[in-house]
Design a protein around this ligand. Sequence first.
Ligand SMILES: O=C(CO)[C@H](O)[C@H](O)COP(=O)(O)O
Ligand SMILES: [Fe+2]
Length: 227
Amino acid sequence: MAQINPSILSADFARLAEEAKAVEGADWLHVDVMDNHFVPNLTLGVPIVEALSKATDTPLDCHLMIEDADRWAPQYVEAGAGSVTFHAEAAAAPVRLAREIRAKGARASMALKPATPIEPYEDLLPELDMLLIMTVEPGFGGQAFLDIMLPKIRRTRELISKHGLELWLQVDGGVSATTIERCAEAGADVFVAGSAVYGTEDPAEAVRALRAQADTVTASAPWVCGH
Ligand SMILES: O=C(CO)[C@H](O)[C@H](O)COP(=O)(O)O
Ligand SMILES: [Fe+2]
């Protein structure tokens, strides 16, 4: 079954706890951490992740768009994140970092910006629980989906299959009712959606509708393992 991870970036930051509860039933709550250095935007950090993890039963999927990921990522596990994604471009020692995240008890995930190819990271895939392919330039919600990322999603799915891995393949950026099926057809099975969830009247219903739409594709996909 496809997983839908609503991005809190598109929620009302003055009511974060209520907004987190509004999507209970989603698989994970996606939390975008930005430091105004790795990306030109600033959002939230460890204390807010800690507060959010106490405010909702939905596990937190922390997407760290920050420099010096090696130093900071483990702190997000300690703050209560169930999955921590660092950027390949921001990690000095990605293997050591992934092992540290796993050893602390969270799922380890690595993200690639649009211009970063997957191929140099092929041998690292067994160290990861999820790979995130950005389908916009990271930094802001509400941007248009980059179709040119579809071949990279496809190639990544092929590498995962070739190595017989149970790695989740996440897409993030511009995922909506008009783009989710293309992502699923290319091989994604975890879908982040910000504006397509929180920009609607009924975020919980938007999550259900997106999941049903993705499942029309993933239900028959050979790569989908029992999530
Ligand atoms: O990582 C992100 C931006 O860097 C966000 O997760 C993403 O943009 C979600 O928002 P939307 O679905 O509106 O594109
Ligand atoms: Fe994100």
